[in-house]
Write a protein that binds this ligand. Structure first.
Ligand code: ASP
Ligand code: MG
Length: 438
């Protein structure tokens, strides 16, 4: 568990600046965590632009903690080299390798900040107090004890922390997994009691849908943790889902914004029941889905339990599950998995066909999921009907359906998914602004 804020910093508590000698008006200082993604620091020019922004923020009277990702596509490059060098790729060494990307970036950013006349100090995850478990490649944060970060701030320096990394109980370097820098930023903002956690990226905020597919996608001013969590769980790539979960659990408000235009982005915060709720806030899609169908399964207790236990034991991440109504005591079960796990899922199912009386196992990689998300649909009937009508009007067949209180998802052919996104974004009028529950 990550404990309560460990310092007196943050939330304006007792942090006032004075100038030596004369008494001056006390000015509260804000403590900001600013996280920069790979593209934001992808080139030397970008590094300097980020350093300038940090310097501006400090000159504005704030304390700044930076969390930084590896430059550009460096993490991908390191993973690729490892695959070329080794078949075994031990987890301990992989984490040592991959976290080197952030380590380079943090040192370079500190140098660029030094050029602006402001002192900055870099810290690895371990130095910044990120204690994790020992699950290499995908370690979980157990506690954050940022004493050295607090010291740097107290000494008037900017602290630059390498993202996505920590240290295990065995004192090994650990990697928090892809997108882990977002989680580093949120956890650090919580541990320090920061006033704001800003996630800088290459887009200007969270959009009503993927702007690469729908040109009139709209940047949202504000979105709730619950909605963004549903969006990230259903294909919205940023911020990393784990960081949104952490932010929701600990009530850390986020500001998702651009490191290119520096304009105000999207605020992610707790849903306020007194506020108007958009019926539908966003349309997201996930093409990294594949479907497995097990046919001719006996319809009796224990069959699904047996199959899905076997899949779980093989670490296969099953998502949507549908069982057909039984016909003469025989049924079909379909489920989706990430593309990369399709072959393994089929193999497990084939091993068990005898035990469950199945007659066939089919895999289909060419599917995708489209989802509409909105907090207001909880109390507003008709959203599912509009989704189905819209897809029907566009001659798009629905293969599977799943819902939560604030989401309707449909599995469709991969070839149809972009058309589905465009049509649904249009059907709910998302380009024009939210439609609220009356
Ligand atoms: N650089 C790592 C990645 O690309 C971690 C991160 O930046 O979040 O996944
Ligand atoms: Mg697919």
């Amino acid at each position: 568990m990550v404990g309560e804020p460990t310092s007196d910093l943050g939330r304006g508590r007792g942090r006032f600046e004075t100038e030596s000698g004369r008494p001056v008006a006390l000015r509260p200082v804000a403590l900001l965590v600013q996280k920069f993604g790979g593209t934001s620091v992808g080139t030397p020019e970008r590094m300097r632009a980020v350093a300038e922004h940090v310097a501006r923020t400090v000159r504005g009277g704030n304390q700044v903690v930076v969390v930084i990702s590896a430059m550009g596509k460096e993490t991908d490059d390191l993973l690729r080299i490892a695959a070329e060098v080794s078949d075994t790729r031990p987890g301990r060494e992989m984490d040592m390798l991959v976290t080197a990307g952030e380590r380079k970036a943090m040192a370079l950013l500190c140098m660029a900040i030094a050029d602006t006349g402001i002192e900055a100090e870099s810290f690895t995850g371990s130095q910044a107090g990120f204690l994790t478990d020992s699950t290499h490649r995908n370690a979980k944060i157990v506690d954050v004890k940022p004493a050295r970060v607090v010291e740097a701030l107290a000494a008037g320096r900017v602290a630059v922390v390498g993202g996505a990394q920590g240290v295990s109980p065995e004192a090994n370097v650990t990697f928090l997994g892809r997108g882990g820098s977002d989680t580093t930023a949120v956890a650090l903002a919580h541990a320090l009691g920061a006033d704001s956690c800003e996630l800088y990226t290459d887009v200007t905020g969270v959009f009503t849908t993927d702007p690469r597919i729908v040109s009139n996608a709209r940047k949202m001013e504000k979105i709730s943790f619950d909605e963004l969590l549903e969006m990230t769980a259903n294909g919205c790539p940023k911020p990393a889902m784990r960081s949104v979960e952490f932010a929701r659990t600990h009530g850390v408000d986020l500001h998702v914004r651009s490191a290119f235009t520096w304009e105000t982005g999207t605020i992610v915060t707790k849903e306020d029941d007194t506020m108007e709720q958009a019926i539908v806030s966003a349309v997201v899609h996930d093409a990294d889905e594949a479907k497995v169908t097990i046919g001719g399964v006996a319809d009796r207790p224990g069959i699904a339990a047996l199959m899905f236990r076997a899949l779980a034991d093989a670490n296969i991440n099953v998502d949507l599950i549908v069982q057909n109504t039984s016909d003469h005591g025989v049924t079909d079960i379909s489920f989706t998995v990430p593309h990369g796990e399709l072959d393994a899922a089929i193999a497990i199912c084939e091993q068990h066909t005898g035990d469950i009386g199945a007659t066939r196992v089919n895999g289909d990689p060419a599917i995708a999921r489209v989802s509409v998300v909105g907090a207001g649909m909880k109390s507003h009937p008709g959203v599912a009907a509009t989704v189905f009508e819209t897809l029907a009007a566009n001659n798009i067949n629905i293969e599977m359906i799943a819902t939560s209180a604030i989401r309707v998802s449909c599995v469709v052919a991969e070839a149809d998914v972009e058309r589905a996104v465009v049509a649904l974004h249009d059907a709910f009028g998302l380009a024009d602004g939210p439609v609220y529950v009356d």
